[in-house]
Design a protein around this ligand. Structure first.
Ligand code: ADP
Ligand code: MG
Length: 240
């Protein structure tokens, strides 16, 4: 228990700092990319290889920022009753170009009449983006991603994202969500850390079911109502 507490305190501090920084990096990045693209036409061929390097490194910075938060300014986080299906639909729209480029089809299967849940839509979008991105990335030859949203019981709903990728060996599942844990050559190992933290803040949980060579399902269980825990506020102040 003690270890878990310490792990989540660290994640709070790291998360809030990073969210602030990433948000500030985003605008200068957009300007940089724009102007470099403008320059590209007016520079001699001899230097064109430098452009490729610059663009590819800029894209890398961009992907770190996208995974790491971004949609919400940390100060602007607002929990409200929201439609998770709508949040997921928006996320799928956002990522559909990337899916198409990788020959991946995203198949939604949302239950009818799901209740609104108490959540921060931009934060949830961040989680859905990270998990869908991972699913796309583990299917280099394309395939299907099933996205189910269903009611679990009176208190909670569940979002499940199922891919047909390489799967995760049983002994590696507990490493998911550790900062910088990645098996990808150019991975960040930040996407799941951020996602686990956001879901933890929503008082939900993430379970992973996986079979090597068959695929992986990420189950995100979210409570419909939020229970205010005593001491929540104090614990936050202390860790900052
Ligand atoms: P990154 O994607 O940059 O590697 P993440 O935190 O998003 O960082 O994921 C960490 C690691 O978890 C990945 O490198 C991969 O090994 C594993 N992983 C995450 N999602 C999946 C998935 N759908 N299928 C197989 N492995 C996965
Ligand atoms: Mg990732």
């Amino acid at each position: 228990l003690e270890w878990q507490l310490r792990k989540s305190d660290t994640l709070n501090v790291v998360g809030e700092l990073a969210a602030g920084i990433a948000h500030e990096i985003r605008n200068p990045m957009t300007a940089l990319k724009g102007f470099i693209q403008l320059l590209q036409g007016s520079i001699s061929e001899d230097y064109s290889m430098y452009f490729d390097v610059i663009m590819s490194e800029l894209k890398r910075i961009e992907s770190i920022i996208t995974e790491f938060l971004v949609l919400a300014k940390p100060q602007a986080i607002q929990y409200q009753q929201n439609d998770v299906c709508k949040i997921m639909k928006d996320t799928i729209d956002l990522i559909s170009a990337q899916a198409m480029m990788h020959n991946v089809q995203i198949i939604p299967d949302f239950a009818e009449d799901l209740p609104y849940i108490y959540c921060e839509p931009n934060q949830l979008k961040q989680v859905f983006i990270n998990i869908l991105k991972n699913a796309i990335e583990v299917m280099p030859k394309g395939g299907e991603i099933q996205v189910r949203i269903q009611r679990v019981d009176r208190q909670s709903i569940r979002v499940s994202v199922k891919d047909q990728g390489c799967g995760i060996p049983q002994d590696k599942i507990k490493k998911l969500g550790e900062p910088f844990y990645t098996t990808k050559e150019r991975g960040t190992g930040l996407g799941l850390m951020v996602s686990y933290k956001i879901i933890e803040e929503h008082q939900g949980k993430i379970d992973v079911e996986s079979e090597v060579g068959i695929g992986t399902t990420f189950h995100i269980t979210l409570p419909i109502e939020r229970t205010e825990k005593e001491g929540d506020h104090e614990a936050r102040i202390q860790c900052l």
